[in-house]
Design a protein around this ligand. Structure first.
Ligand SMILES: *[C@@H]1O[C@H](CO)[C@@H](O)[C@H](O)[C@H]1NC(C)=O
Ligand SMILES: *[C@@H]1O[C@H](CO)[C@@H](O)[C@H](O)[C@H]1NC(C)=O
Length: 486
């Protein structure tokens, strides 16, 4: 009852204060400790500023509860509905209205400190929601740029979902990776969250440098903080790669510089070339007259086979000049009536000492079909005296260089040719040629060493019938006694 009387008084007083712009209380003019005090409207007594509009009158004249944005008791008394009055009397923007009408800064809402005298700022259902969102559960973050993540045991996980605890496995797009502890470019990193607490930062996907596996080079990786490791196919920025040629098959002309991955791009590339024309060390000196070849004596020797039609017959030899190119003679792939035969009829084997295609003794052999045979347009077999008798075979399966399989050097420099093709210089010839006139071909590879013969000597010593074949694109080698000629 007493309360009702009081409210009526304050209502009446409020009308007379309507033109007063402030709350009807003036500053007490002093601070006391950490809080500010102001004087009540009637000049009697000082109250803490925080008690203004807190729903409970503190001044003797209750002036501290006047002109408050919302005053439930007062509004009820004047027959206004709670909800209606709430709509009519609102807090300025940036403020939140306590249930009792008092306005507090929105920042103080749900800050775990009671700011409204009725505690409504902390009891609000809003706070319960927010508390869950900020401390109770793990809300899945957006996917990283250039990547995505999986959530362990939650196959349909999506950003924005809330779970009590999660293990995220971040995966970056191809070419990107996570700069993780190991810097190993695995591109995978895990992030844990338990009851709303994230234990790692969400990783970023950064551009990595690609390091294609290459049989010619070995790479070692130095990553800051990790030390030296074998490199993976994708290398994180900042990694320094030390390249080394896979000797003795591959070599570099100059000392290889270290490669550095800078923002996904290599500052330079190391290149190793295959060592061409090098006989594998350990082979014995060759003897004139032909001897059985040893593995690696002529590592570029390619045996050419024709399907006839089922079994492979060795018909010619060639030289490996790159891992998928063999140079041979056009007449091996030619029939005067049919002209060039289809590539599918031929096969090539390298690393072989034994003639038969399937010889089990040739452990190091590699074989390939022929994709394409290229010959000169001018080539016309016997009709043109075997002029331009050269063929380039493109293989379907590139050979893998080994100690016993390497290419011969190819050099188009005319000076080099003049230097090589002079009296006294020997060349090597390998094959399963005839061991004696009309005899069967040898079953194991033979190697011959033959001297160059200059054209004048060659033509003057050859029987007339052969002279026509010494066209400008050929040279002679062998012995003028007629034993071995080409
Ligand atoms: C205010 O409105 C809500 C729903 O809109 C209603 O449940 C409540 O009873 C209302 N309160 C008053 C005092 O009218
Ligand atoms: C070269 O090695 C690759 C990979 O081991 C293999 O697939 C391929 O058949 C090899 N080439 C030949 C001609 O044997």
């Amino acid at each position: 009852m007493c309360m009702c009387v009081f409210i009526l008084i304050s209502l009446a007083t409020s009308l007379s204060f309507a033109s007063v712009p402030d709350n009807g209380v003036s500053d007490c003019g002093h601070r006391n400790g950490n809080y500010e005090e102001i004087k009540c409207r009637n000049g009697i007594g000082c109250i803490r500023t925080e008690h203004i509009c807190d729903g409970t009158p503190d001044c003797p004249d209750a002036s501290d509860e006047l002109l408050c944005p919302f005053h439930p008791e007062r509004d009820l008394q004047s027959n206004l509905g709670w909800n209606r009055s709430r709509r009519q009397l609102t807090c300025p923007s940036g403020q939140w209205q306590c249930k009792n009408g008092y306005c507090i800064s929105k920042n103080r809402l749900c800050d775990q400190v009671s700011d409204c005298s009725d505690n409504s700022d902390e009891a609000s259902p809003l706070c319960r929601k927010r508390a869950i969102a900020t401390s109770g559960v793990c809300v899945l973050p957006p996917y990283p740029e250039q990547g995505t993540y999986d959530v362990e045991d939650i196959p349909d996980a999506r950003p924005g979902q809330a779970h009590s605890s999660v293990v995220l496995t971040v995966r970056c797009r191809r070419g990107y990776g996570v700069m993780d502890l190991y810097g190993d470019g695995s591109g995978i990193q895990q992030v844990y969250c338990v009851n709303g607490k994230w234990y790692q930062n969400m990783p970023k996907c950064v551009r990595f440098c690609k390091l294609d596996p290459d049989p010619s080079i070995r790479y070692m990786c130095y990553t800051p903080g990790t030390g030296i490791t074998f490199c993976r196919n994708y290398v994180s920025p900042g990694t320094v790669v030390e390249p080394a040629c896979n000797s003795p098959i591959y070599y570099a002309k100059e000392v290889l510089r270290n490669m550095k991955c800078i923002s996904g791009v290599w500052d330079n590339y190391a290149e190793c070339k295959v060592e061409c024309g090098r006989i594998t060390p350990g082979g014995q000196p060759l003897l004139i007259g032909g001897k059985e070849a040893k593995h690696g004596e002529l590592p570029w020797h390619a045996a050419i086979y024709r399907r006839a039609p089922e079994v492979f017959m060795q018909i010619c030899s060639g030289s490996l000049v790159s891992n998928n190119v063999v140079i041979s003679a056009a007449h091996c792939f030619w029939k005067d009536l049919i002209k060039l035969l289809p590539a599918s009829q031929f096969g090539v084997a390298v690393g072989k000492l034994h003639r038969s295609w399937n010889s089990e003794e040739d452990f190091f052999a590699q074989k390939s079909n022929v994709n394409e045979i290229r010959i000169e347009k001018l080539y016309d077999g016997v009709a043109a005296n075997f002029q331009e008798d050269i063929a380039v075979l493109i293989l379907s399966t590139p050979f893998n260089y080994t100690t016993y399989i390497r290419p011969v050097c190819l050099d188009f420099n005319l000076n080099f040719e003049n230097f090589q093709l002079q009296d006294g210089v020997y060349g090597k010839l390998a094959g399963w040629g005839l061991t004696s006139p009309n005899g069967p071909p040898s079953e194991s590879l033979k190697v011959l060493s033959l001297p160059f013969i200059n054209e004048d000597t060659c033509i003057s010593t050859l029987p007339d019938a052969f002279r026509g074949y010494i066209t400008g694109d050929k040279f002679c080698a062998g012995y003028t006694n007629g034993k071995c000629q080409e």
